[in-house]
Design a protein around this ligand. Sequence first.
Ligand code: ZN
Length: 199
Amino acid sequence: MCHAFLTDSRFYRFLFELDQDIARQVRTEGCPCGGALHSARYPRKPRGLRSPLDASYSTRLSFCCANDGCRRRSTPPSVRFLGRKVYLGVIVVLITALEQGLPAKRRQWLIEALDIWPQTLSRWRTWWRETFPASRCWQTQQGNFIPPVKIDRLPDALLKGLRGIDLRQRLCQLLLLLAPLTTASWSGYLRVRIDPQKM
Ligand SMILES: [Zn+2]
């Protein structure tokens, strides 16, 4: 099955390694004040799908400036946690992608198994139609897609437009594209790329 990765712990391990690569970049760049960044992870409790997740999913990687007068927090972009949303980014994308994502039956099963409320689903759709298209992240990326991505076809149109031999690979590319949107305390240029050999 093309979506078996959804319950495969290796998939989530891979996303965590990507988050670690991103965090390394942020830490290397340091605080804007010139101070060094110290680890200051904060607790997360993603809803649903607990069994394939290891302990790394109970915290979000984050840093705090070591300078006494600063103490600024820098939270790296994440391919796992979509901002403050309580469900993992992968769930938000797959559930809202109607055609390029999961088969209808599997999707409905997930919605019930993960106890996703209709109001939550409707908020996610609004996020794709309004919040995401208006974001600086999308404004700077949309020119890379030929033909242009139709906003009313998100996230399907984006999944379809990304490179990858299967849904899992395109999904990882999409989560990386969305990563800058997952933090308000870091806004640099993300240099991390996915190595297809490792996928
Ligand atoms: Zn600082």
